[in-house]
Design a protein around this ligand. Structure first.
Ligand SMILES: Cc1ncc(COP(=O)(O)O)c(C=O)c1O
Length: 498
C-alpha cells in the first residue's frame, strides 16, 4: 500500500514537473499548455513494431490473443499529439486510441484534476451509481454532461462504453414502444410469465432498423445493427432485423448535389419499405439507429437533408430515432455533436456517446425515460471520476476555442488531402471530411494497408476503415502544423510508392 502511494506520488510529481517546466517548445500558435509539454516532430528509431514491442507481444501472447496488437506504448513519455512506443519511437498520433483521446497524452489540465485532493475520493471509490450515487452527482452531471446536452434533451444516462450505451439505449426504445402500444406501464400476467422463458408476448418480436456499413458495437443487440466487417459478426447468432442501404455518395459533396440527392432518396424509400415489410412480418420497427458519419464502416457521409427526412420517417411510423455519436461526438467535426451540422432543433429521441467523452452514456427525451428503476441498470452505470475529467476537457475546449481550431485545421487537412489525391490519382480518391474527421480512399485494400505501414514507419499513426479507406482522427489539440507534418510524410510515402 505504502509502495503504491509512493509510486503514485512520484509519478504525479514527475508529470506535474513537466507541466510546470515544459520540455520542448513547438510553435507560437500552439496552445500554451500543450506547447509546454509537446515534442516538435516524430522521431523514429526502429521499424514498428520494434524489437521490444515484438518481445512484449510474445509475452502477452502466452496470456491473451494478440492478433490485433500493433505495438506496445510508453504512455509516460507520450505527450500531446505524440505517442511514444516501447522502442522509443515517437509518432504523430492521428488515430488517438480509436478516436477516443480528446486532448492528447498527459494533458496538464487532466494531470491537475488527478492531483486535486478534492477529487481523490472519486478516483478511489467507484460507486454502484444506480443505487448509491455520491452526493455531488447531480451537480457534477450538470457541470459536465448536461452543459453540452444536445438540443431538446435534458436527461442523460451514464454508462461505461459505447456498446453498453447503445445496448441500453435500444432497451429504452423497446420499453417506450411497448408502453406506448399497451397504453399503460402495467404488463399483463401473460407478459410477465412469458418473458421469463424468452417467449412472446413478454419478449416481443420488435426490431431496430440499421444501415449497411454501420458500426454500433459488438455486444449481441448492438452486433445485430453492426454491418461493417465480417470479423465482428461471424459465428455469432443474431436477430432478424431490417437493414437499409446507407447512401453511397460522391465526393466532394458540393460537386455532386443532384446525384447524391437521388441516392439519398433511394435509401429513404428503402427505409420506408422495410418498416412496412417488417410490420407485416410481425416484427415492427421500434427504433432506427444511425451514425451521423459511418466511421468504422468507411467514413460515409450523408447530407443534413437525409437525416432530417429520416427523422421524420421515424416519427411518421411511430419509431424512436437514435443517433449514435460514439465516434462523431466530442468535437472532432468542428461542432460538439456532429448532428448539430443538420441545423435542426429536434435531431433525435436518443443520442449515445463514449470515446472522447471519456464516459459512455446517452442523452434522451423525457419520453424515453424508463418507467421503473432497474429496467436500465448495471453495477457501475458509468464512473464519476470520468465526469471530473470530462469537466476539465470541456473547460479546455472552451478556454482554447478548440472547436473553431478543429474547423480551421480540418480545412487545411482536407485541402492537403485534395491536393494529394489530385497529385496521385492512381493511388488516392474520395477525400472527404468534416472538421478534422477526415478520410481518403486508397485504390484497393492491399495498397491501403501498405500505405498505413509505410506512413507509420515514417512516424505518423493512422487508422483504416471500411474496405479501403484511411481515416484521420487526431485529438482536439491538433494544429495546422501537425496537419502539414502529416501531409509532408504522406506525400513522401506516396511519391516513393511502387
Ligand atoms: C459509432 C460507434 N458506435 C459504437 C461503438 C462501440 O463502442 P465501444 O467499442 O466503446 O463498445 C463504436 C466504436 O468504435 C463506434 O464507432
Amino acid at each position: 500500500m505504502a509502495l503504491l502511494s509512493h509510486h503514485l506520488t512520484l509519478s504525479l510529481r514527475r508529470n506535474l514537473r513537466l507541466v510546470a517546466s515544459g520540455c520542448r517548445y513547438v510553435s507560437q500558435t500552439a496552445t500554451k499548455t500543450v506547447s509546454e509539454i509537446e515534442y516538435d516532430a516524430p522521431s523514429m528509431k526502429t521499424p514498428v513494431p520494434g524489437p521490444r514491442s515484438k518481445e512484449l507481444t510474445r509475452q502477452l501472447g502466452e496470456i491473451q490473443n494478440v492478433g490485433a496488437i500493433n505495438f506496445f506504448c510508453n504512455y509516460e513519455e507520450s505527450r500531446g499529439n505524440y505517442l511514444v512506443d516501447a522502442d522509443g519511437n515517437r509518432m504523430l498520433d492521428l488515430y488517438t486510441q480509436i478516436s477516443s483521446v480528446p486532448l492528447g497524452y498527459n494533458h496538464p489540465a487532466l494531470m491537475k484534476a488527478l492531483a486535486n485532493p478534492n477529487n481523490l475520493s472519486a478516483f478511489v471509490n467507484r460507486p454502484a451509481l444506480g443505487i448509491l450515487p455520491p452526493e455531488n452527482f447531480p451537480e457534477k452531471l450538470t457541470e459536465s454532461l448536461l452543459s453540452i446536452a444536445p438540443i431538446g434533451m435534458t436527461r442523460v444516462q451514464t454508462m461505461v462504453c459505447g456498446s453498453c450505451s447503445n445496448e441500453n439505449a435500444f432497451k429504452a426504445m423497446f420499453i417506450w414502444y411497448k408502453n406506448k402500444e399497451r397504453g399503460t406501464n402495467n404488463p399483463s400476467a401473460e407478459e410477465t410469465s412469458s418473458c421469463m422463458i424468452n417467449q412472446s408476448p413478454g419478449c416481443p418480436d420488435l426490431s431496430i432498423l440499421s444501415f449497411m456499413g454501420a458500426f454500433h458495437g459488438r455486444t449481441f443487440g448492438c452486433l445485430a445493427t453492426t454491418h461493417s466487417k465480417v470479423i465482428h459478426k461471424l459465428d455469432i447468432p443474431s436477430l432478424d432485423w431490417p437493414i437499409a442501404p446507407f447512401p453511397r455518395l460522391k465526393y466532394p459533396l458540393e460537386e455532386f448535389v443532384q446525384e447524391n440527392a437521388r441516392e439519398e432518396a433511394r435509401c429513404l424509400e428503402e427505409v420506408e419499405d422495410l418498416i412496412v415489410k417488417w410490420r407485416q412480418k410481425g416484427k415492427p420497427v421500434a427504433g432506427i439507429v444511425i451514425e451521423p458519419i459511418q466511421a468504422e464502416g468507411g467514413d460515409n457521409h450523408a447530407s443534413p437533408d437525409f437525416f432530417i427526412k429520416l427523422r421524420s420517417i421515424a416519427r411518421k411510423h411511430g419509431c424512436a430515432f437514435h443517433v449514435d455519436e460514439v465516434q462523431t461526438g466530442g468535437g472532432a467535426t468542428g461542432k460538439f455533436w456532429a448532428h448539430e451540422h443538420w441545423g435542426t432543433d429536434d435531431p433525435a429521441d436518443i443520442i449515445s456517446f463514449s470515446k472522447k467523452m471519456l464516459t459512455g452514456g446517452y442523452y434522451h427525451t423525457d419520453e424515453m425515460q424508463p418507467d421503473k428503476g432497474y429496467r436500465i441498470f448495471n453495477t457501475w452505470m458509468g464512473d464519476p471520476s470520468k465526469n471530473l475529467f470530462l469537466s476539465e476537457v470541456l473547460n479546455v475546449i472552451r478556454r482554447e476555442n478548440l472547436l473553431e481550431e478543429v474547423t480551421r485545421c480540418g480545412k487545411a487537412l482536407l485541402q492537403g488531402l485534395y491536393e494529394l489525391q489530385s497529385q496521385y490519382p492512381h493511388l488516392l480518391s474520395r477525400a472527404r471530411g468534416q472538421g478534422t474527421f477526415c478520410a481518403v480512399d486508397a485504390c484497393n485494400d492491399v495498397t491501403r494497408d501498405n500505405l498505413l505501414v509505410k506512413i507509420r514507419d515514417k512516424g505518423v499513426l493512422l487508422g483504416g476503415c471500411g474496405e479501403k479507406s484511411i481515416r484521420v482522427r487526431p485529438a482536439l489539440i491538433f494544429k495546422e502544423y501537425h496537419a502539414h507534418q502529416f501531409l509532408n510524410i504522406f506525400n513522401d510515402v506516396l511519391s516513393e510508392y511502387k
